[in-house]
Design a protein around this ligand. Sequence first.
Ligand SMILES: Cc1ncc(COP(=O)(O)O)c(C=O)c1O
Length: 283
Amino acid sequence: MTVAYLNGEFQQLEDIRISPLDRGFLFADGVYEVIPVYSGRLFRADAHLQRLERSLAAIRIEDSLGRDGWHALVEELVERNGGGYQALYLQVTRGAAPRDHAFPAGVSPTVFAMTRTIDSDPHSPALHAVIRPDIRWSRCDIKSVALLGNVLLRQEAQDAGAAEAIMIRDGVLTEGTATNVFVVGGDGLRTPPKSAHILGGITRDLLIELCHDADIDCREEPITEAELRGAEEIWVTSSTKEVVPVVRLDGDPVGAGVPGPQWQRVHGLFQDFKRRLVRGDVD
Ligand SMILES: Cc1ncc(COP(=O)(O)O)c(C=O)c1O
């Protein structure tokens, strides 16, 4: 049984009811966030909540809770669901109103949160990916619930026997359908710079920080499709996947076709960060 949250009240997830006039349902007019919880401790809670605030501001939805309100909500939800290992999902929409594209007046946002349990060790299995054109809109930096492009491309990946689609826009790599991408090649370790065409991933940012602290050169630079195809190593990152090596791209092996030495090292740094988080040494 999962305890969820809707507009100020904690309830069983299966008892939650949302209006069919909710603009999240009618227009995908809303934003979301996913925060992993390891042994009851939230992973980079402030960074996630800051990104939620940024997404809300970008689509002009008022943040009715504020940072302290969000902290209190997520901590209570984790506790009510027994701590441990969870993925918290938060969603805010513009609220329920008669269907009309323009913003409705005097309507309160819908604030929803739920959680699911996750493995304490996801084992980061290697995955296969395909390359696809980035068919999404031009504000991918907003963590919007309008994910149809991502959904269609992820299904194309699955239909091709792969687990992720890595997207190309104007000849350069943007990101995966639900992941950021790191590439090791002749030019060292790189990831695309932040822009309106990618989501600024919290895991991505942490990885850059961990590389910096370990004196590993990691540059934020554009990566061409040819560089992606010729990479020695490719990794995808996200809050729920962590850091996962891509061992086949469009059916061809990436490097030696097995997780590479750079991934082994950075994966080790990430797992060490998680251990420190669980001990309460970092957040
Ligand atoms: C499109 C997209 N890019 C990147 C990411 C990775 O972001 P994070 O590391 O914050 O989970 C996600 C996560 O869901 C995503 O949906």
